[in-house]
Design a protein around this ligand. Structure first.
Ligand SMILES: Nc1nc2c(ncn2[C@@H]2O[C@H](COP(=O)(O)OP(=O)(O)O)[C@@H](O)[C@H]2O)c(=O)[nH]1
Ligand SMILES: [Mg+2]
Length: 378
C-alpha cells in the first residue's frame, strides 16, 4: 500500500510547523534560561513530571523581580526580552531536553507567545484571541513546551473549525459551476486538476473550461491536465472571450449531464478593472443560463506568499465575491500560520489545502490536524 493520508500530509507539510513551533520553543527556553540564572543556588525541584502538582502555586523561591547586575548575559527584567525579542538564536541549541522544560504562563510569557504567533503569520487578531484563551484557562500555571504547543494547537483548531467546510456538489439543476480565481502562479490550474480528480473519485462527472485565455500556455496546460484525468474540456482561442467559453461550457455540461463544471480564469490582478469586468461578464452570462451560477467562487492562495495572501483575499473579495478558499503550496513553506489569520480575519470557508504538485496532493481541510501541524505537535 502507498503511504497513509496523514503520512503524506505530514511528509510534505512539515515545514509549515517549523516557524511557530520553533518560536514557541524559544518562549519556554528563554524563560528557563532566565529561571536558571536567577535561581542558580537552589533551583526548585523541577524534574517532577506531574503537571497537576506543578500547577498549584508552590512556595518555591520566587525569583525576585529586581534587575540584578548580571555580568555578561542580557538584562533579565521583563521589558528587556519584549523590546528585544531575538537577540540571539535562542532555543534551537537546547532542544534535546525540551520536554522537561517549563515556563510559567504569566504576562511576560503570554506576551512572548503572542509575539511568536504574530511573527509566525497568524496575525494580531488571532494572536490576541489565542493569548486571551490561554490566559483564561491557564494563567499563572507552569507549562511544558509540549503543553504550550498543544494548548496553542487547541486554540488554533477552535479558530479553524469555524471555517472548515468541504466543497459539496449540491447544485440543482446541474451542473454546479465552480469559478476558480487567484493571481497567476497561485496554483489555480493545478488545483482545478486536483479538484476535478477528487470529484471524479467521488463519482461526479467533471468538465473543465479554459477561461484563462490570456496566455496560450494556460489553455495548453489545462488541456494536458484534462487529458490526464480524462475529463472533457471546453476551450477557445488565445485571447478569446472567457464569457463565451463559459457559456458554451455550461450548455455542453448541461447537455451531457455533468455534475461539476470547473472554470479556470486569468489572474490579472495588475489590472483590477479589467479583471473585474471580465469576471462580471462571466457572471452575467452564467446568470442567464442559471441564476444560481456560479455556485462557488474559489480563491486559490499560495501559502508561500505569507501576508500577501491576506491582501489578495481583500481584493478578490471585492472584485469577485469569493465564496471559499483553497490554500496551496503548504508543503513548501514555513508560513502556514497565514491560514489562521485568514480564518480569523475573513471567516471565509476553507475547503481544501494543496500540499504538492501531483493529482493526489489536494487534501480536505482538517482543522484539528492542520492546527497541530502549525503548532508543531502533529
Ligand atoms: N509545491 C507545490 N506546488 C504547487 C502546488 N500547487 C501548485 N503548485 C505549483 O505552482 C506552479 C503554478 O501553478 P499553476 O497551477 O500553473 O498556477 P496558476 O497560474 O494559478 O494557474 C506550478 O509549478 C505548480 O506545479 C502545491 O500545492 N504545492
Ligand atoms: Mg493557470
Amino acid at each position: 500500500m502507498s503511504k497513509s493520508w496523514t503520512e503524506r500530509l505530514f511528509g510534505g507539510f512539515r515545514k509549515t510547523s517549523d516557524r511557530l513551533s520553533e518560536n514557541l520553543s524559544a518562549v519556554v527556553d528563554e524563560e528557563e534560561a532566565v529561571a536558571e540564572e536567577e535561581a542558580a543556588p537552589d533551583p526548585e525541584p523541577e524534574p517532577e513530571p506531574e503537571p497537576e502538582a506543578a500547577a498549584v502555586p508552590e512556595p518555591a523561591p520566587e525569583p525576585t523581580p529586581e534587575p540584578e547586575p548580571a555580568p555578561e548575559p542580557e538584562p533579565v527584567s521583563a521589558p528587556a526580552h519584549i523590546a528585544n525579542p531575538a537577540p540571539e538564536p535562542a532555543g534551537i541549541v537546547s532542544k534535546v531536553t525540551t520536554s522537561m522544560r517549563t515556563a510559567t504562563l504569566d504576562d511576560a510569557t503570554l506576551d512572548e507567545v503572542e509575539d511568536a504567533l504574530i511573527v509566525s503569520d497568524l496575525g494580531p487578531s488571532a494572536a490576541a484571541r489565542i493569548r486571551a484563551k490561554l490566559a483564561e484557562k491557564r494563567f499563572g500555571l507552569k507549562i511544558t513546551e509540549r503543553e504550550l504547543k498543544e494548548a496553542v494547537a487547541e486554540e488554533i483548531a477552535a479558530i479553524l473549525r469555524t471555517v472548515a467546510k468541504p466543497l459539496e456538489i449540491t447544485a440543482f439543476p446541474r451542473p454546479q459551476v465552480i469559478l476558480v480565481i487567484g493571481v497567476n502562479g497561485s496554483g489555480k490550474t493545478t488545483t482545478i486538476a486536483k479538484l476535478g480528480h477528487w470529484l471524479q473519485e467521488e463519482d461526479y462527472g467533471v468538465m473543465l473550461a479554459a477561461g484563462d485565455t490570456f496566455r496560450a500556455a494556460a489553455i495548453g496546460q489545462l488541456k494536458v491536465w484534462a487529458d490526464r484525468i480524462g475529463a472533457p474540456i471546453v476551450t477557445g482561442p488565445e485571447g478569446g472571450d472567457p464569457a463565451s467559453i463559459v457559456f458554451d461550457a455550461v450548455k455542453r455540461a448541461t447537455d451531457t449531464g455533468i455534475d461539476a463544471l470547473i472554470v479556470d480564469t486569468a489572474g490579472r490582478l495588475q489590472n483590477k478593472t479589467e479583471l473585474m469586468d471580465e469576471l462580471a461578464k462571466i457572471r452575467k452570462v452564467l446568470g442567464r443560463l442559471n441564476p444560481e451560477a456560479p455556485h462557488d467562487v474559489l480563491l486559490v492562495l499560495d501559502a508561500t506568499n505569507g501576508q500577501n495572501a491576506l491582501s489578495q483575499i481583500e481584493i478578490f473579495k471585492e472584485v469577485a465575491g469569493v465564496t471559499g478558499l483553497i490554500m496551496t503550496k503548504l508543503d513548501g513553506t514555513a508560513r502556514g500560520g497565514v491560514l489562521v489569520a485568514a480564518a480569523e480575519q475573513y471567516g471565509l470557508p476553507i475547503h481544501a489545502i494543496g500540499v504538492g504538485e501531483t493529482l493526489d496532493d489536494l487534501r480536505p481541510f482538517d482543522p484539528d490536524l492542520v492546527a497541530k501541524v502549525i503548532a508543531g505537535v502533529a
